[in-house]
Design a protein around this ligand. Structure first.
Ligand code: PLP
Length: 436
């Protein structure tokens, strides 16, 4: 496979300006240069088609972070882009409400098990925050039990190392628990009796553990525990929504939450998110203050309608699952046979890279080597590994070929005893996502 040779002069020049003009240099931390191997990776992408993206210098890549998840069908996907262009001509926002608000709300209630009512916003953090407000309003309680990542707003950001600018007192309300360790949630309830308004969690790639004692999966046990303690059960489906199944992880695992949050994949890259849930709780939004200029923006709504129409009429998710499965199986089998502690881990539609050294420790240097060797071969990997409807079997084959070559380099680097010598750029920094 062709090794890229064009270099990144345009990207590099833009970055020099960005450092002067834009605090942190980027709008989205996970897109920043330190999440990739600097020196061998472009910093700016300019266009996309299907599963391919072009950087600012004209190099082409097969993309796997897919804009951190929103691209579910593919870049420049015609039915969605056509719907959006039509809507742009008709108008993007008005003085009064728009019919699409009702139409898309109706569609969501028909495909998401927990959705009896719907409110829209733009980013995931908008609606996870709305869920927290609703839960607090419904229960009269302030505390939150949480697992996973939920966005940059104060109630959650205070639990992360990026807590600057947030009153420390907010932290007192937050109680982490660990995915698939029910005892950690039991402890949170035991230590805060009558105080926890809701349990909010995302579903990582790991399967929910089935409890042999009662046959219940972990999500059901969380829901039961929340309800037994008078708290709401909130599923954060920003990533899993429309990827695990059209109805999200809740439909896939057959557990219906009280409230759930959708975003990312729901409009194939156009900005929209949704809080959905049971009527009795969603009605709190009659009084809870949740109102923004662009919540009902018609572009996101038109894109969501077109995206969900595609999902309902074409084998999009079957394709995503089978392409993901082929990629994971082939690459992981090769890594195992090579004796390299590397895995694409998680579910076919939602995965990540696990790169460990021979001592079994996560190793950012070896991960950087993998990213370096694949990007040089025209494959853009990053933190998350997503598949879209436009990844073809040929794209997967090219990716497997590049990944196996990269794994062979890791093997050689480890055997040399000096893996750092193999790195041509600066290694990736710690990923800014914490999972409790
Ligand atoms: C599970 C989960 N929840 C919430 C969010 C926040 O979404 P946004 O970045 O759109 O605010 C993210 C973002 O990655 C996420 O992965």
């Amino acid at each position: 496979m062709k090794v890229l040779t064009k270099g990144f002069p345009v990207s590099d020049e833009l970055w020099e300006k960005a450092k002067r003009l834009i605090p942190a240099g980027t709008q989205t931390l996970s897109k920043g240069p330190d999440q990739f191997v600097r020196g061998v990776t472009p910093k700016y992408l300019k266009s996309g088609s299907g599963c391919h993206v072009w950087d600012a210098d004209g190099n082409i890549y097969i993309d796997y972070p897919l804009a951190l998840g929103p691209i579910l069908l593919g870049y420049d996907y015609k039915p969605v882009v056509d719907a959006v262009i039509r809507q742009v001509r008709e108008g993007t926002t008005f003085t009064l409400m728009h019919p699409l608000e009702v139409e898309v709300a109706e569609i969501l209630t028909s495909v998401i098990p927990s959705a009896e009512m719907v409110r829209f916003a733009k980013n995931g953090a908008d609606v996870t925050s709305a869920a927290i407000k609703v839960a607090r309003a419904a229960t009269g309680r302030d505390h939150i039990a949480y697992s996973g990542y939920h966005g940059c707003q104060d109630w959650y950001a205070v639990t992360t190392p990026r807590d600057k600018g947030i009153p420390k007192v907010f932290k007192e309300f937050m109680h982490p628990f660990e995915y698939n360790k029910i005892a950690t949630l039991e402890a949170a309830f035991a230590e805060n009796p009558g105080k926890i308004a809701c349990v909010i969690m995302e579903v990582p790639g790991t399967d929910p553990i089935i409890d042999p004692a009662n046959g219940k999966n972990f999500l059901q046990r969380v829901k039961d525990l929340a309800h037994a303690n008078g708290a709401l059960f909130v599923m954060d489906e920003i990533v899993t929504g429309f990827r695990y199944s059209i109805g999200g992880a809740q439909k896939f695992y057959n557990v219906t939450p009280d409230l759930s949050c959708f975003g990312k994949g729901m409009a194939n890259g156009f900005a929209i998110s949704a809080l959905v849930g049971k009527r009795e709780f969603m009605k709190e939004l009659d009084e809870v203050f949740f109102s923004m200029t662009y919540s009902g923006d018609t572009i996101g709504l038109a894109a969501a309608k077109a995206t969900i129409t595609e999902l309902l009429s074409k084998p999009v998710l079957d394709h995503i699952w089978s392409m993901g499965e082929a990629l994971h199986t082939e690459v992981n089998t090769f890594a195992e046979s090579a004796g390299v502690n590397f895995r694409i881990s998680g579910k076919p539609p939602r995965a990540g890279l696990s790169v460990k050294n021979r001592k079994g420790e996560d190793d950012l240097l070896l991960k950087s080597l993998f990213l370096q060797e694949t990007v040089k071969r025209g494959i853009l990997f990053g933190g998350p590994v997503f598949i879209c409807y436009s990844h073809s079997p040929e794209d997967i084959e090219k990716t497997v070929e590049a990944s196996c070559a990269a794994i062979s380099v890791i093997k050689e680097a480890e055997e040399s005893g000096e893996p750092a010598r193999f790195l041509e750029g600066e290694p990736v920094g710690v990923v800014f996502r914490q999972r409790t």
